[in-house]
Design a protein around this ligand. Structure first.
Ligand code: ZN
Length: 241
């Protein structure tokens, strides 16, 4: 496992001479129901990144622990960063790496609210810096691909995500407090508007969560890493003019 925070600039320099790919975990600090830690999204992204590094020797950057989470802000402890500030913050991380010869960045994103800003980072990196920035979201990559989970177990703080955080951080998940979704309103999907999550769910869970287990989390982790290993092979083969 290779972490930027643990090596000197000399060791970083050696890495940059021989590699043009790094991994950047990004998440959020936000509510994940009454049973999961507020750090769920960034902890999952960080642990997946570490696991991928163990198997590829790719360098992992320190995790970005905050994201765009205003929709969860009525649940205490949620921290939110404005889209524009978040975009510029992540873009500055990307830009810093260009100087050292890094051309390809694999972002492991743990939080859906970060997606559009990260896509903008990817566009800016491509247009301004001629860099490739991929955004990997484990739950979108795995949606419908693990037969032990139904669709209603794949939502925010649902059984799939709860299993994964329980696998990585068993001491932080308290299944005695687990509740499946307590709906307060169903959205009409003919048009879109900004919704706070407490308008939809009273406990912060989307769908079913209490069927989660560490054993299921191991299956999710292995499948996510399998996909990430394919991503790395793909990245290695991309030629940048
Ligand atoms: Zn999450």
């Amino acid at each position: 496992m290779f972490l930027l925070e643990s090596i000197s600039w000399k060791e970083a320099n050696d890495y940059f001479k021989n590699n043009d790919i790094v991994i950047l975990p990004i998440g959020s600090t936000e509510q994940h129901g009454p049973h999961n830690p507020l750090g769920t999204d960034f902890l999952i992204a960080e642990e997946l990144a570490k696991e991928l590094s163990k198997r590829t020797n790719l360098l992992v950057l320190p995790t970005v622990p905050y994201g765009v989470s205003f929709h969860h802000s009525n649940f205490p402890g949620t921290i939110s960063i404005d889209e524009e500030i978040f975009t510029q913050y992540v873009y500055n991380i990307v830009k810093s790496l260009k100087k050292y010869g890094i051309n390809k960045i694999l972002i492991i994103n743990g939080h859906g609210g970060n997606y559009y800003p990260l896509l903008r980072v990817s566009r800016l990196a491509r247009m301004e810096l001629n860099m490739i920035v991929y955004i990997f979201q484990w739950w979108t990559a795995l949606a419908g691909k693990i037969s032990i989970f139904s669709k209603e177990e794949e939502g925010h703080a649902g059984a799939m995500e709860t299993s994964l955080i329980a696998y990585f951080k068993p001491g932080m998940v308290n299944m005695l407090n687990c509740e499946d979704e307590k709906s307060v309103m169903k959205e009409i999907n003919k048009a879109s508007r900004y919704v706070f999550t407490d308008e939809i769910t009273s406990n912060g869970v989307f769908g079913k969560s209490c069927s989660a287990s560490r054993e299921k989390g191991l299956i999710v982790m292995e499948k996510a890493i399998e996909m990430l290993l394919h991503m790395v092979e793909h990245l290695k083969n991309i030629k940048i003019e």
